[in-house]
Design a protein around this ligand. Structure first.
Ligand SMILES: [Cu+2]
Length: 384
């Protein structure tokens, strides 16, 4: 609850900031600097994007950048390196079946297929928090090829309620997992480009560096506490090699830019616990507008379709929805509101500090499944 309020506050602050920044930059020395720089930076911008030496994150115009939540949105010029750090905080609360909210009582009447007993689900997830720290490196050996590697550290906490056989509430408990997530290595290939637009193609491979055997203590319907392997959603990795292709389109106008990306995650093999997570298909597009020489704001719409889990880990057998491979996947539509800062001077000169709030505007889940709340992404990028 508290964190939700924090997120709401952060959202308000960012909205106010983005509404006020234009005015803030409209006065005094900032204004004259902006005016005198405008023709130069436009020339620079046109030059940047028509040549093969563009680098979105270090270039002078922040209006040209995709929201921080988009991975592999840009390529680099020959010989360029980039380092990025993202902190992602995501929360989920409550449950849905399809696009309708599901109460605990409804969930308790659903058959438990994870073990012979008990006949119905008996443990209901209430709240989940995920904190991810993601580290990325990009390097372009030449103008038509950029390599990208990304890995992360994941912390997950879930709060749940256990009911006994009669449907009486026994109590709440919390499970936690943490560790390294999976690691993606990709190659980005430059496609068609004009003076203001470009397309690039990505071929990525996700390596199973995350864990699929995390366990913790759970409260059972018999009112005992035992150690158990945590459900699929609480593991830090997929356990499989995943193919991650993407096509990205970027178009730059004088003071704003537009982009789109189609991407997929295709699981290539069953993991060591005899299952594979569902394939994911994503379509997203964004628009970002410069509101000062150093600040841009963005809006993003992202549609995701994810399949159910195929197979089953026989050690994940508790009477809870998240232990059932059928209660995974579905369709989601998310809205992202972002702010990109690219200071020209000071300690952050030529670095990038980006924020994005991402919230669900539509969910149709193979449920019962937990529903997303707003999440916050903070990112830092620098060339070297
Ligand atoms: Cu980069």
């Amino acid at each position: 609850m508290n964190t939700r309020i924090h997120l709401t506050n952060a959202f308000t602050v960012i909205t106010l900031l983005s509404l006020n920044t234009h005015n803030a930059f409209a006065g005094g020395t900032e204004k004259s600097r902006y005016s005198s720089n405008t023709p130069a930076s436009h020339n620079h911008g046109a030059h940047d994007h028509s040549s093969h030496h563009s680098s979105a994150h270090t270039s002078a115009h922040s209006g040209a950048d995709a929201p921080i939540g988009v991975m592999g949105d840009h390529m680099h010029g020959a010989g360029e390196w980039m380092f990025s750090l993202r902190q992602i905080k995501m929360e989920m609360s409550g449950n849905k079946i399809g696009s309708n909210n599901a109460s605990d009582t409804e969930i308790l009447s659903i058959a438990n297929t994870n073990a012979i007993m008990p006949p119905n689900l008996r443990v209901v997830p209430q709240h989940m928090e995920m904190d991810m720290t993601m580290l990325g490196v990009m390097y372009a050996p030449n103008a038509d090829l950029t390599f990208m590697a990304m890995t992360g550290y994941v912390q997950k906490t879930m709060r749940l309620t256990t009911y006994n056989m009669m449907g009486m509430r026994i109590g709440n408990f919390e499970t936690e997992s943490e560790g390294f997530g999976d690691t993606t290595i990709s190659a980005l290939f430059r496609g068609q480009m004009t003076a203001t637009s470009q397309i690039h193609y990505a071929l990525g491979l996700s390596l199973p560096t995350g864990d699929i055997e995390e366990q913790d203590t759970v409260l059972t319907p018999m009112n005992t506490r035992i150690a158990a392997r945590l459900p699929y959603a609480m593991q830090t990795g997929s356990g499989s090699y995943d193919f991650k292709p993407a096509i990205t389109f970027n178009k730059h106008f004088e003071n704003y830019s537009f982009g789109g990306q189609i991407s997929a995650v295709v699981r290539l093999n069953d993991n060591e616990s005899d299952y594979r997570l569902g394939d994911i298909f994503t379509v997203q597009s964004w628009i970002s507008k410069g509101i000062s020489p150093t600040v841009s704001a963005s809006l993003r719409l992202k549609g995701t379709s994810e399949e159910k889990i195929d197979g089953r880990d026989t050690l994940i057998d508790k009477p809870i929805q998240s232990a059932d491979p059928n209660f995974y996947g579905g369709q989601r539509l998310n809205l992202g509101i972002g702010l990109n800062l690219a200071p020209k001077s000071g300690p952050l000169a030529q670095k990038r500090l980006d924020f994005e709030l991402v919230g669900p505007i539509y969910e149709k889940l193979n449920g019962p499944q937990m529903s997303q709340d707003w999440s916050l992404i903070i990112g830092f990028k620098t060339g070297f």
